[in-house]
Design a protein around this ligand. Structure first.
Ligand code: RP5
Length: 165
């Protein structure tokens, strides 16, 4: 649900990251949580990136999911400019398969935290689920939806055994 009062910002360094980051957007949509999706490149549009971070809290964002690949400064630089929690998603890069992105995002010096998730689509999906868990702290309906999501996952996993032989 993309609308004028997003609770979660899904941002990324390039449109080439969208294939990964849409997995975060899909989960937020599934749960009916308002979000926005934007390209806010740290090195190609640094002024826009700072403006986005500076406005985030005032615009009502409760979490920013930031995906980037390679020398992935975006999550850390956003976190440096806002108190809104930043959830970093390392996007798989062409040459180093995202290990470079992971190391860039996870190795924040003490003082400016970025919650770092797995490389790629699992990380994007889990970042969205983590943002939902944060929002669910004061939203009982959302908490129930998350609990139901877990139950469905368990049912799917239990059903897997029957396909083995
Ligand atoms: C980063 O550079 C982006 O996050 C992307 O993962 C990577 C490559 O960008 P493109 O060259 O595909 O635009 O800033």
């Amino acid at each position: 649900m993309q609308n004028a009062s997003p609770l979660v910002g899904v941002v990324m360094g390039s449109s080439s990251d969208w294939e990964t980051m849409k997995h975060a957007a899909d989960i937020l949509s599934e749960f009916g949580v308002a979000f926005e999706a934007r390209v806010v490149s740290a090195h190609r549009m640094p002024d826009d990136m700072f403006a986005y971070a500076e406005a985030a809290e005032g615009r009502g964002l409760r979490a920013i999911i930031a995906g980037a690949g390679g020398a992935a400064h975006l999550p850390g630089m956003l976190a440096a400019k806002t108190l809104v929690p930043v959830l970093g998603v390392p996007v798989a890069s062409r040459h180093l398969q995202g290990v470079d992105s992971l190391h860039s995002i996870v190795q924040m010096p003490k003082g400016i935290p970025v919650a770092t998730f797995a490389i790629g689509t699992a990380g994007a999906g889990n970042a969205a689920l983590f943002a939902l868990a944060m929002l669910a702290q004061d939203d009982a309906q959302l908490r129930d939806k998350l609990a139901a999501y877990r139950v469905r996952q368990t049912e799917v996993a239990r059903a897997m055994s029957k396909d083995l032989i």
